[in-house]
Design a protein around this ligand. Structure first.
Ligand code: XBP
Ligand code: MG
Length: 256
């Protein structure tokens, strides 16, 4: 069945956080995880390449537990230690955010300002923890009305499960067909697509070579020859819903 754009206005954009609003992973979360391991006397240090592989496991606590198990700890011990290390990591990363060390990706602020000016509503759907996501949003998007923020604390299942996006849509009171997701990773794209959303992927160093089949567009950044702004979001959203293609699997989302 071919999708149709009829009756599908773009009313909201739902942003992922890590890698999408800011390039947080390599030089933000990763050093915070490593400092937390050191603080707890755990002999683990994630280098850039290893951390890139571990990003497949969403959620800092789950990521630590999986790696501790790979280092030979039993599941109970790994989970308990991971929870303690992750609490420390969260505190360390929150300090980093509050100090202003995490900055927006180039062009992000211009896109958000343009969306707000065009009357397109704003929301956030992330796997990250609320204690640092809140301060980060205040710093990066504090000037704009972000209506709905769903974090890893608010869901039972993390991405690639669609729960975080479904909750964001419920908070906005919109069907999937009236929103657009912005993601940076294949895992995030899977979550958004499974929620029925057209999704623009803005890649970064860790994700540039991933499989983004089914995305509405794959861009290396917000700026460039044809910057991503409100009008282009509208056009990409309309095209995704109109085109025959992989997205037609999600016609259910269009009917929602
Ligand atoms: C990315 C994640 C997070 C971060 C670390 O989330 O998977 O786990 O790597 O943050 P998204 P926490 O791209 O959905 O924003 O330690 O708070 O989980
Ligand atoms: Mg991300």
């Amino acid at each position: 069945m071919t999708g149709t754009a009829a009756g599908r206005e773009l009313r909201a954009v739902i942003f992922d956080v890590d890698g999408t609003l800011a390039d947080t992973e390599r030089d933000g979360h990763r050093p915070a995880f490593n400092a937390a391991f050191a603080e707890h006397g755990v002999d683990v240090e994630w280098d850039v390449a290893e951390y890139g592989r571990l990003l497949e496991i969403t959620g800092g606590g789950r990521r630590i537990a999986a790696d501790l198990r790979a280092h030979g700890l039993g599941p109970g011990e790994a989970d308990e230690l991971a929870a303690r290390v992750h609490r420390t990591k969260t505190a360390l990363f929150t300090e980093r955010v509050v100090s202003g060390a995490v900055v927006a990706r180039p062009g992000l602020t211009e896109l958000v300002a343009d969306l707000a000016g065009a009357g397109i509503r704003l929301a956030v759907a992330t796997t990250g923890r609320r204690s640092w996501v809140g301060p980060l949003l205040d710093r990066l998007l504090g000037a704009y009305p972000v209506e709905v923020v769903v974090t890893g604390d608010d869901v039972a299942e993390l991405k690639p499960d669609p729960e975080v996006y479904l909750r964001a849509l419920a908070g906005l009171g919109l069907p999937a067909a009236e929103a657009l997701a912005v993601e940076d990773s294949a895992v995030g794209l899977r979550a958004a697509t499974a929620a029925g959303l057209a999704t623009v992927v803005v890649t970064n160093g860790y994700t540039a070579d991933q499989d983004f089949s089914g995305a509405a567009a794959v861009l290396p950044g917000y700026d460039g020859l044809e910057p991503l702004r409100a009008q282009r979001c509208r056009a990409l959203h309309r095209r995704w819903w109109t085109a025959a293609g992989p997205q037609t699997r999600w016609s259910r989302g269009g009917a929602a």
